[in-house]
Design a protein around this ligand. Structure first.
Ligand SMILES: [Zn+2]
Length: 84
């Protein structure tokens, strides 16, 4: 069997999985299962836009509904949002 063919078969098998077979993502600090979706915006300076007006990039961030912690697992992009 070709490597790609094997990969394909694994993908098809995954589609038949039921949600109850899948692991829950839990909050890193309190174990809660529910998250709120929040939007954070980055501003693009008029210097870089076509019409010389500021523009905005929405970034979705998932926050624990119980303790408000930002989940690192669900938000791998969060590290790129702030200066180090
Ligand atoms: Zn939490």
């Amino acid at each position: 069997m070709q490597k790609d063919e094997l990969k394909n078969n694994i993908l098809k098998a995954n589609i038949n999985l039921s949600l109850k077979d899948l692991d829950d993502v839990k909050c890193d600090s309190c174990g809660n299962l529910y998250f709120d979706s929040q939007i954070r915006f980055k501003r693009i300076s008029p210097l870089y836009t076509q019409n010389n007006k500021p523009s905005f990039v929405p970034v979705e961030v998932f926050i624990c509904k119980s303790c408000n912690k930002i989940s690192e697992e669900l938000n791998p992009h969060i590290k790129d949002l702030d200066e180090k």
